[in-house]
Design a protein around this ligand. Structure first.
Ligand code: ASP
Length: 454
């Protein structure tokens, strides 16, 4: 059996519903369909999830949100009417939202999550109805009934391990089961959502629970590209990639698939295929546990900004037992997660995400490093970007670093830091943020244009 997940743009309008209906009907193996809430129909449009958040906030501030309820219900009504399903859904959605808005408001996060989840929940019900209108046997299932249990971290749910055995029972349901993405239930019975974009996580968890042969993730691009199309014009597509490579690329800014969504499929060994609802015959990108390494050791190039580095040096640091532990302890006590930690003989840097390191934290951390670690020198550099080249084949290929650094030199990009992951699947370069796109272009030319031309 296959689990197929459709994102917000795939379900944004009646026309998109029809495309998804055809995709589902064309393969009887597609037995579980996970849906997002209707997304943007055009660039300036608003996603239903954002409308729901605004609705919840309006109600918290003013006690009601009639206009917002009407507009959200109308999004569903318009889709249903165009699909020939009548107008009943408008009332159903409005009543559902009013019921949620009448709920307990003492805990802001819980209240907002209850509203946010309505987007996918109503979309799943409407999509099941649409499939039935096409003559398919189809039913909606609630994550509560299916046993998708999550932690009670509102807006940041984590799947509880018992969910997998519960979800396995979905295999026994007849026909096509439509499952709303993005939320589960806490053991106490509260609705809790995953982070934004989290329907990808639901799909992966459900696929792992039912031990699917394949998890298909339908979105609005033909495939994952070797570099961001916002930096490189018409980059090459990635046909096959390993979980590890995908994880590294997502870390540094690839956003086709939610970063946390890969883990359940990875642990269950289920291949994930990224495909395009608007071009379903395109083969897409398949994410697999292992792959045969073909020529061209680099699979992808990613870059992400918003990093900073804390550099320190101390004469004879390398002889001081416990220096690294004490440094990381300072960060831990400040609640800062560190990203990388390149070291020299008498110096060490920690790379942090700037969003976790505001000016007040910087002042405290620098002061403690000076005082507790008695360093000779400490400095902070902000506005850094990390540029990564990723590829399983790099492990067995000599000269990748030389080619990358030569490409940087030709492009006039100064490298602030180099770090090769211990797994040798990735190589990372810290550069000043304004140089990042130039750096990606230089690497793309080196690894994807030049070899083909020569
Ligand atoms: N609808 C939710 C969001 O916009 C979840 C998702 O689409 O995956 O974040």
């Amino acid at each position: 059996m296959k689990v197929a997940k459709f994102g917000g743009t795939s379900l944004a309008s009646a026309e998109q519903f029809r495309k998804v209906g055809r995709i589902v009907a064309s393969d009887p193996q597609r037995r579980i369909i996970v849906v997002s809430a209707p997304g943007k129909r055009y660039k300036a449009d608003t996603k239903v999830t954002d409308m729901l958040i605004a609705c919840a906030e309006r109600c918290l501030a003013f006690g009601s949100a009639d206009e917002e309820v009407r507009a959200i219900a109308e999004r569903y009504g318009e889709i249903a009417r165009e699909l020939g399903l009548g107008d009943a859904i408008t009332k159903t959605v409005a009543n559902d939202l009013r019921g949620r808005l009448a709920g307990d408001k003492k805990h802001r996060g819980r209240f907002i999550d209850t509203l946010k989840a309505a987007g996918e929940d109503n979309c799943a019900k409407l999509f099941a109805e649409f499939l039935r209108s096409l003559g398919l046997e189809a039913s909606y299932v609630s994550p509560r009934e299916a046993g998708l249990l999550v932690s009670d971290e509102f807006g940041n749910a984590r799947v509880l391990p018992e969910s997998y055995a519960n979800l396995r029972r979905l295999r026994e349901r007849p026909g096509v089961t439509v499952f709303p993405g993005f939320f589960g239930y806490s053991p106490k019975g509260d609705v809790v959502t995953f982070p934004r974009g989290g329907s990808d996580i639901t799909g992966s968890v459900v696929a792992a629970g039912v031990k699917a042969e394949l998890y298909e993730n339908f979105t609005d691009v033909d495939s994952v590209f070797v570099a961001s199309p916002s930096i490189i014009e018409k980059p090459c597509a990635i046909v096959e990639i390993t979980y590890r490579e995908m994880r590294e690329l997502s870390y540094a800014g690839f956003s086709v698939f939610h970063e946390e969504a890969l883990e359940p499929a990875y642990r269950a060994g289920i291949p994930v295929c990224i495909r395009n609802t608007n071009n379903p015959t395109a083969p897409g990108t398949i994410i697999v546990p292992e792959r045969t390494l073909a020529a061209g050791a680099v699979t992808g190039i990613a870059c992400d900004g918003g990093f900073c580095s804390v550099y320190m040096s101390k004469y004879l640091m390398n002889r001081e037992v416990g220096f690294g532990r004490r440094l990381l302890q300072i960060l831990e006590e400040e609640g800062i997660s560190f990203e990388h930690c390149p070291t020299g003989i008498d110096n060490i840097s920690v790379i942090l995400r700037e969003k976790h390191f505001d000016a007040a934290k910087e002042a405290r951390v620098v002061e403690r490093i000076r005082r507790d670690l008695a360093v000779d020198d400490v400095s902070v550099e902000r506005d850094l970007a990390l540029v990564m080249i990723v590829g399983e084949g790099m492990r067995h290929t000599v000269g990748i670093a030389a080619r990358a650094t030569a490409a940087f030199a030709r492009a006039g990009v100064n490298i602030e830091m180099i770090n090769q992951g211990s797994s040798e699947v990735s190589m990372m370069f810290g550069v000043k943020a304004p140089d990042a796109h130039n750096a990606v272009r230089a690497l793309y030319h080196e690894f994807f244009v030049k070899p083909a031309a020569s």
